[in-house]
Design a protein around this ligand. Sequence first.
Ligand code: 13P
Ligand code: SF4
Length: 386
Amino acid sequence: MSLLIDETTAEAVETGVSDTCSLDNYLSQPDHTMDDRIAAARERLGTDVVLLGHHYQRDEVIRFADYTGDSYKLSKVAAETSAKYMLFCGVHFMAETADVLGQPWQQVILPDLNAGCSMADMAEIGQVEDCWDSLTQGLGIRGQGLEGKVVPLTYMNSAAAIKAFCGERGGLVCTSSNARGAFEWAFARGEKILFLPDQHLGRNTAFGMGIPLSEMVVWDPYQINGGVTPDRLKAAKVILWKGHCSVHQRFLPEHVDRVRRDEPGMQVIVHPECRWEVCQKADTVGSTERIIDAIERAPEGASFAVGTEIHLVNRLAKRFAPLGKRVITLDDSGCLCTTMYRISPQHLAWALENLVEGRVVNRIKVDEDVKQWARVALDRMLEVKA
Ligand code: 13P
Ligand code: SF4
């Protein structure tokens, strides 16, 4: 069934919400009362809307997703879907990416605009532009600029303006599942990589390709010339932006040691946003999709300590227990991504019921001038296999 929303109405009331559909009326209701409402609104909207859900979403939200996945998989869905509305249950940079990759007649909705990403916020476009200028001077390059010398490569977890910056300067975007391929792509086109904004993913990927730590420098945007001497800069193959994920950085090497001591035979599997020291001690390092795949393919009786966001870990524990596989969190308390958590059943119901009424709330729209180059960088990313 397809319920067609009048385009003019949707555009005209993009920011206005009637009293009945005001968010406050939803937030005062308990989670479970949203289930039937979400299902009914989904039913009415039919194929006009597609729900994309990142693996870190809460169970009460992700159960309604048409597609679940890691950042790479969800980007591909966004690039290929013909739904008029993409409702993104994830964080801001993911919704921006869907808008860049979607068609001009498609609209992307983020149910809660406060669902950001602290890592993405660690690189601002002005800082990145300053860094680029400093690199030009620090490397003693005059006239022709950095093209062919330094390739800018940004992790998906960054603002659209930074993706555009990379696209315009011969660089690209990567996700945790195709970072190695993206590094190879970049090294085929330049001598050095400027990797934004996650130092850990950058370090783990480069080290996995055989680049020693001594050939990597960390660029601190709050220090003059990034806090890197010209000699070290010239010798470096990889310039790592000083950013991190506050969720994954909480996993420590001691956590792996404890599992090794207390749980013999248990495999340790972590996300590449974890520190290098943790990744070095783990058995497997991979994106959320890869983590799920590794557990799916393991034989009955296998057990895993997983270093990633707690909602995914708990979901895997529940799903695989009846199949005789044990999944626990790598640390003892479990790391929560508070911004992913912001997408609640109430926000989801609110966004969907407004759509049923012909109103697009919380639309994510990337400026056209940014979109053009961000798309170049994202298209290059999609060419690099996960
Ligand atoms: P994935 O692409 O592995 O799902 O990671 C996204 C993310 O934000 C992890 O913190
Ligand atoms: Fe950002 Fe970390 Fe949350 Fe991923 S887990 S969305 S990197 S804060």
